[in-house]
Design a protein around this ligand. Structure first.
Ligand SMILES: C[S@@+](CC[C@H](N)C(=O)[O-])C[C@H]1O[C@@H](n2cnc3c(N)ncnc32)[C@H](O)[C@@H]1O
Length: 374
């Protein structure tokens, strides 16, 4: 059945997600704030769960109504046919965002919606579902805005960006979906060498390798909709999609993908994560300011250290680091650079003139992706 869907993503990555959706055959693509609406058969949305790199969730809308008070939200949510959507014995969780008058606390919105579901099921069927926050069978997503509430089900049940390969982290890892957006925005197409010289736990380089291999990032993930009572037909469909997507994987060898950091802990974390992801990276310890040119020239993509609430002395130190990094990266001939930074000092201290600047949000942190070269 042709229907509407909504995929969420890190803010700023909407256009990249829209491009990905186009690539999997979605129609009616309308980027919004932190997500993209689209239409299509159920197959497109399920393919999206397995294949989209920049999506956080793929949501199936099940109801939209005026929600100008807590009682209105409760009454409208109770009208929805929960007995068709949640099988006896299944667990639920509710995740809310946005606000409406009198409904500014997301915890309260979650509680009222949960009460509506539980009361409806008790009335219609005489049972009550348990709440399971970590991996519920049915994750209900509520969004409030402009006096309206929308209720959706999360097809995957867990953030798509939790790919499962991050077995070790060092400080401030990027969300996988944001790292994928950075690589896609850098213009890397998987044919030239790639280097992240500030690799941390390796997320950028691992997402690059997954892109280069054309491997669907969530190919092996079990989706919660496979367990839902109304959509039993999803199971064989997803099995077929998995086969189709794995046949699309590149069989040829990747160009070199390098990941380095001066911190040995980061090097160990990146090696462990690359192993868990099953991707071939060249990981080594090195200072980014000693970077060597790639041969042939390729892409240098990184998320630079920024430091929040720095003292004047550390701020000066960071600026001088950006300056020497600019000298080192500026000396690489014929390369393309894409650097994500949350620091207002970065652009001028780095000293090169960016070809473009894109705002991306790392959770609550406003960042810019600066692109340099050709
Ligand atoms: C913001 S983190 C990168 C996080 C990474 N993108 C991830 O997703 O895990 C910045 C990294 O730069 C590294 N770093 C800082 N100064 C460096 C230098 N001079 N040379 C190489 N690495 C450096 C830090 O050790 C840290 O791992």
């Amino acid at each position: 059945m042709f229907q509407s869907w909504y995929a969420t993503c890190p803010r700023g990555a909407e256009e990249v997600l829209a491009g990905e959706l186009q690539g999997i055959g979605a129609k009616g693509i309308r980027p919004g704030r932190g997500g993209v609406r689209f239409t299509g058969e159920r197959e497109v949305a399920l393919r999206g769960c397995l294949a989209l790199r920049t999506a956080l969730r793929v949501l199936e809308p099940i109801g939209e109504f005026p929600a100008e008070s807590s009682d209105q939200l409760y009454a409208s949510a109770r009208e929805l046919p929960w007995e068709e959507l949640i099988a006896p014995g299944q667990t639920i969780a509710v995740s809310a965002s946005g606000r409406a008058p009198g409904l500014s606390h997301t915890r309260f919105v979650e509680q009222r919606t949960k009460d509506a579901i539980v009361d409806r099921l008790r009335e219609v069927r005489g049972d009550r579902p348990d709440v399971e926050l970590r991996s519920p069978d049915v994750l209900v997503v509520v969004h409030l805005g402009e006096g309206r509430g929308s209720v959706s089900l999360d097809l995957a049940g867990e953030l798509l960006s939790n790919r499962g390969y991050r077995v070790r982290t060092v400080e401030a890892p990027l969300r996988e979906a944001l790292a994928a957006a950075v690589v896609l925005l850098s213009g890397w197409d998987g044919t030239t060498p790639f280097h992240d010289p500030l690799c941390g736990s390796g997320t950028v380089a691992i997402e690059a390798a997954l892109i280069g291999l054309r491997r669907a990032p969530n190919l092996r993930r079990n989706l919660s909709c496979e367990r839902w009572p109304r959509t039993k037909a999803d199971r064989p469909l997803i099995a077929r999609l998995r086969e189709e997507l794995s046949a699309l994987e590149a069989r040829s060898e990747l160009p070199p993908i390098l990941a380095s950091d001066r911190d040995p802990e980061a090097v160990a974390a990146t090696s462990a994560n690359a192993r868990a992801a099953g991707v071939p990276l060249r990981v080594f310890e090195s200072d980014a300011r000693a970077i060597a040119a790639l041969s042939p020239p390729g892409h240098v993509v990184a998320n630079v250290p920024y430091g929040e609430r720095l003292s004047a002395g550390s701020r000066k130190q960071l600026k001088s680091f950006y300056h020497s990094l600019g000298d080192a990266l500026g000396a690489l001939r014929g390369h393309r650079l894409a650097l994500l930074s949350a620091s207002d000092d970065f652009e001028s201290a780095f000293g090169l003139r960016p070809r473009s600047r894109t705002t991306l949000w790392n959770g609550p942190l406003r960042c810019a992706l600066y692109r340099y070269g050709r």
